[in-house]
Write a protein that binds this ligand. Structure first.
Ligand code: GP9
Ligand code: MN
Length: 598
């Protein structure tokens, strides 16, 4: 009885943590009934070991809720069973973990030591008679069955299944085992689809076409670089003076309506989507799940045109399975943490300063491989959440309301990253690597979540209620030395569009591949961003609208706002687009599942 009551309280709290909006009562009721059934089954006899078994059950459920809630805190969705494979990554993110495991979440397990103590010392005995305990599972079963039938009649079963802890995990496990997530007959690609995707990849003449032909290419993926810091004047200071200079330079084109597009693999998905113009997997990090697939992304296209392609990232080479995935991605060499020398660690690992300085030396080596140009994909690290740096690095004057919280820490951290990027570009010039090199730079993903408390503090900075379209907006800038361009492209796009966009600028026609993105410099259609993380599949962002599909799968409960006026819109008008974006994602999934390029 005690354990049942405590679990019920936890279920109520849990629905709060994972933002259940509808059917809260049936959800808590179902969780409670299932727990009662299990506990009364354990206590059906007063035998030895019953308390221990009940305790084990209690702890397991509490820990599952803890993991779910912590995952939700970061990803705004519940984890799937395949995420278990990723726990190895957790030790590396200890600092971030402290943020995820805030007191609101940790409270789910804080009682466990006391309960263990109590049940041992007080010799806990169930208060309900044994006869009652024997019939409880049957009674509970009948009650549960009736509730489920009732919910089904009301069309609310899917809503409950998406958010109730037992049914959510049970459905996920069954689907994983039965493999129902492999492409079914319904998802196929017609000849027409394939032709469309192939034509998206082809080079079409435009104003920037071929400006980079024969030049080196450096693509710089910056950790947690959001767009709002670009050109921001804050407390009388520029947050990113070097990036501002780059963005506003006559030889640059700045894409300011550009978005992240991640799956379960965070930074590594930003890499994957950017290089391949395919949607990321939502089952596992794409680098893990499709490590052995054949791809035809940017490194391959450039290699086919004589380039040598290397990738640089100063962290453990196994992390995100990069070491194994990079080969099929097309990279010929991976310069990882073990190739860098450094003494001081900043947050997650190597300081950008050490990373960039030594990367210059490796670039000189890469430049000498042959007479052909090179492709260097460089991934930074220092500006990683939770953005804590030793005092001497925090040089900005932070407003009182942002002092000591994530906003202030982020501004400091991204300011440091900016400083090192500036130095890196200067060093490229000094080393004679600048003139003949196109530099593309973008952020991998958000730093400040729209689903967490700190969102409230962002209102002044972005001038509106901070929402997903602010959060997911990252900058993209492409700099072609000695060209006069000086343009800001406002066409909406995402990491999915990078590959066709840069291929056009570099002037290489992609005749072998297919892409889901668009060449942003030259595309005039209505581009639609189809995220699956933070907002669920079926959500979209386009030039005018932010559409967030409801978390419980009931379309009518979705939310739509006008991105310019921020007014709330009627959702029904977006049903078709929501279906369309799902289809795009499914088609991309089909390409991955069937290893299409093979
Ligand atoms: C470490 C870094 C992790 O290699 O890429 O970044 P994350 O995925 O946690 O943003
Ligand atoms: Mn990252």
């Amino acid at each position: 009885m005690l354990l049942s009551i405590l679990l019920t309280i936890k279920f109520i709290w849990f629905t709060n943590l994972i933002n259940v909006e509808y059917n809260r009562i049936p959800i808590v009721l179902i969780s409670t009934l299932i727990s009662m059934a299990v506990l009364s089954f354990i206590y059906r006899k007063d035998g030895k070991g019953t308390n221990r078994n009940a305790l084990i059950f209690y702890c397991v459920i509490s820990v599952i809720m803890l993991i779910d809630a912590a995952y939700y805190t970061h990803f705004n969705m519940l984890p799937n069973i395949r995420a278990v494979k990723q726990v190895g990554q957790l030790t590396a993110v200890a600092d971030s973990l402290r943020v995820l495991l805030n007191i609101r979440v940790t409270i789910l397990v804080l009682d466990i030591p006391f309960i263990i103590y109590y049940m041992k010392k007080v010799q806990y005995r169930p208060i309900i008679s044994q006869r009652l305990r024997r019939i409880t599972p049957t009674a509970v079963g009948i009650l549960l069955f009736s509730i489920i039938i009732g919910l089904n009649i009301k069309g609310e079963l899917s809503s409950v299944k998406a958010q109730e802890v037992y049914t959510y995990h049970a459905t996920d496990i069954v689907e994983t085992i039965l493999g129902s997530k492999v492409p079914t007959e319904e998802i196929t690609l017609t000849e027409e689809d394939i032709n469309d995707l192939k034509s998206r990849a082809r080079l079409k003449e435009g104003k920037l076409t071929g400006l980079g032909k024969g030049k080196n290419l450096i693509v710089l993926q910056v950790e947690a670089l959001q767009n709002f810091v670009i050109n921001l004047h804050y407390n009388g200071q520029e947050i990113t003076p070097n990036l501002n200079k780059l963005v506003n330079d006559q030889s640059s084109v700045y894409y300011n309506n550009y978005f992240q597009l991640l799956g379960r693999g965070n930074t590594s998905d930003a890499e994957f989507v950017t290089q391949n113009s395919l949607y990321p997997s939502m089952e596992e990090p794409t680098y893990t799940q499709y490590q052995d697939n054949t791809f035809y992304g940017l490194p391959w296209l450039l290699r086919d045109n004589g380039y040598t392609a290397w990738v640089f990232h100063g962290y453990e080479k196994q992390f995100w399975n990069r070491e194994l995935a990079y080969e099929n991605q097309g990279f010929q060499r991976f310069i990882s943490q073990e190739d860098y020398e450094f003494e001081e660690v900043l947050g997650f690992g190597i300081r950008d300063e050490d990373f960039f300085d030594q990367t210059i030396d490796y670039l000189k080596e890469l430049d000498k491989v042959d007479d052909n140009p090179f492709y260097a994909f460089i991934i930074t690290l220092s500006s990683h959440t939770p953005f804590k740096m030793p005092e001497e690095y925090n040089v900005l004057d932070i407003k009182e309301e942002h002092e000591g919280n994530m906003i202030g820490d982020y501004l400091q951290s991204i300011h440091y990253a900016d400083q090192e990027i500036g130095r890196f570009i200067e060093n490229l010039k000094k080393e004679g690597l600048y003139e003949e090199t196109v530099i593309a730079l973008y952020g991998d993903h958000f730093a400040i979540s729209a689903a967490q408390d700190e969102a409230a503090l962002m209102k002044d900075i972005v001038g509106a209620d901070y929402d997903y379209d602010h959060m997911k907006n990252i900058p993209l800038v492409i700099h072609i030395p000695n060209e006069t361009i000086g343009e800001t492209v406002t066409t909406i796009g995402s990491q999915l569009d990078f590959y066709p966009t840069i291929a056009n600028i570099m002037g290489y026609d992609n005749t072998k591949g297919l892409v889901f993105g668009r060449d942003l410099t030259n595309y005039n259609g209505n581009n639609i961003i189809a995220p699956q993380t933070y907002m669920l599949k079926g959500s979209f962002i386009d030039k005018d609208t932010l559409f967030e599909i409801s978390r419980d799968g009931i379309f009518e409960r979705s939310r739509a706002i006008n991105r310019h006026t921020r007014e709330v819109l009627e959702v029904e008008q977006f049903r078709n687009i929501s279906e369309e974006v799902k289809k795009e994602i499914d088609m991309s999934d089909y390409i991955l599942k069937t290893d299409y390029f093979k």
